[in-house]
Design a protein around this ligand. Structure first.
Ligand SMILES: Cc1cc2nc3c(=O)[nH]c(=O)nc-3n(C[C@H](O)[C@H](O)[C@H](O)COP(=O)(O)O)c2cc1C
Length: 421
């Protein structure tokens, strides 16, 4: 074969190379610049608010949407709950026009129930119907719900096919890498789910056994993207905990979208921060104290409107940890907020912390933004009753025994720890 002359422009001389007769162009995949979920057009690098029980309700979704979440998901809804019309399950179908595109997420391990639930959820007219195959909670997995289905892939396939058949809108799946380290088969599972007709796959890069421990294993996301999915987008999830981490997840794994969970709790600004970081490498200035308090007050207001004042005030207590995380004396403010029993009382506590007293302190990373006024407590108050007795004994003084820890310190309200699904 005649050698092909390729001009060497740098040297100004021709250089002969052999043409390989067997050479064929490598199969190219379309470069996904803008992401689509079925007929839903999203911009490049979209960010999703993760489904989170007791968190991703209409009030929080609305706020996250305003701060840049491109797609939001409801909390997971039990198929059985929908079939038997349990009040709390039906209530979670409540979606609003201003939060679209919104996905309703259902879970369940009973094919018959999931079918019915899919029809009910579909009738609520979300933009997306999502199936939860990732919840690690024991009472869910023991009935093949959530991540439990990862031990029964034929059933996973049957449920997915059934939901795709019933739904009149794009179906997506959210799952984990596998049941445990010995059974990770996510590349094949991804392909199987795509063959069932889903329109996007979200993967929390941990196994069920890991629950929330250890690091999310993003390398698997890269594998799914390269070898698993062909035409549908992959949404990466797990440990996208800051704007920098969101950016890294896109860059290191090639996912089409990133789903943010815990980092958004009490920090809806994470969406706009992440977008700014991706575009410019910087995050916007911290929101003023007024803005933060305003968002908390708005969140409370929306919660009360949705759930009624008593439940709204109670449920908001789970959010203060996130909203005031990292602030000096946050525990003092949180304790006061926990004690406030009405919306007006919460509002009053928030207003009492107005910024003329606020002290700015050096920020620790992009997510810590401002600081609360410093209400330092006298040291002795930090000593608990038991330690106090010990100290007194040491000094040789007698103390009457403390009978009731609460009585000696005033009632302590402990925020309910959120169940992690
Ligand atoms: C409080 C809480 C509730 C959750 N509820 C759900 C749920 O209802 N459905 C679901 O698929 N995942 C649920 N998850 C898991 C998250 O969607 C997400 O997969 C997980 O938090 C990992 O993402 P992250 O590292 O960004 O937080 C929940 C997580 C948390 C922290």
């Amino acid at each position: 074969m005649a050698p092909l002359l390729v001009p060497n422009l740098l040297a100004g001389q021709g250089k002969a190379i052999e043409r390989d007769p067997a050479w064929k162009p490598a199969p190219t995949r379309p470069v996904v610049c803008r992401m689509r979920i079925g007929n839903i057009e999203l911009g490049p690098r979209p960010l999703m608010l993760a489904p989170m029980e007791d968190v991703s309700d209409p009030p929080f979704r609305a706020i996250c949407k305003r701060y840049g979440a491109d797609v939001v998901y409801t909390e997971f809804i039990s198929s059985g709950g929908l079939v038997y019309q349990a009040h709390d399950s039906v209530m979670k179908l409540d979606i609003r026009e201003n939060e679209r595109p919104v996905g309703i997420q259902i879970f369940g391990g009973d094919l018959g129930q999931v079918r019915q639930a899919a029809a009910i959820a579909d009738a609520a007219e979300p933009d997306i119907l999502d199936i939860n195959f990732g919840c690690p909670v024991r009472k869910v997995v023991c009935r093949d719900g959530g991540a439990g289905i990862l031990r029964n892939l034929p059933k996973m396939e049957a449920i997915t096919r059934a939901v795709v058949e019933i739904a009149t809108r794009p179906v997506t799946v959210k799952t984990r890498l596998g049941w445990d380290d010995n059974s990770i088969d996510i590349v094949r599972v991804a392909r199987m789910l795509e063959d069932c007709g889903i329109k996007a796959l979200a993967v929390h890069a941990r196994t069920r056994k890991q629950m929330y421990r250890g690091q999310a294993r993003w390398a698997y996301l890269r594998d799914i993207k390269k070898q698993g999915l062909r035409d549908i987008p992959l949404i990466g999830n797990g440990d996208a905990l800051s704007p920098e981490a969101v950016t890294r997840m896109f860059e290191e794994t090639g996912v089409d979208g990133v789903m943010i969970g815990r980092a958004a709790i009490g920090n809806p600004w994470v969406f706009s921060d992440a977008k700014s970081f991706m575009a410019k490498g910087t995050v916007p200035p911290q929101p003023t104290w007024e803005e933060r308090i305003g968002v908390v007050a708005e969140h409370l207001d929306l919660k009360c409107a949705w759930l009624g004042e008593r439940r709204g005030v109670n449920e908001m207590r789970r959010m203060y940890g996130g909203y005031f995380k990292g602030f000096r004396s946050a525990s003092v403010l949180r304790a006061r907020l926990m004690k406030a029993a009405t919306q007006a009382q919460v509002q009053a506590v928030l207003e009492e912390f107005r910024p003329e007293q606020a002290v700015q302190r050096p920020s620790r990373g992009a997510t810590v933004r401002a600081s609360l006024p410093h209400f330092s407590r006298p040291k002795k108050q930090r000593v608990n009753a038991h330690q106090k007795q010990k100290q007194e004994r040491k000094r040789g003084q007698r103390q009457p025994p403390v009978e009731n820890h609460k009585a000696s310190h005033g009632a302590q309200h402990t925020p309910k720890v959120l169940d992690v699904v």
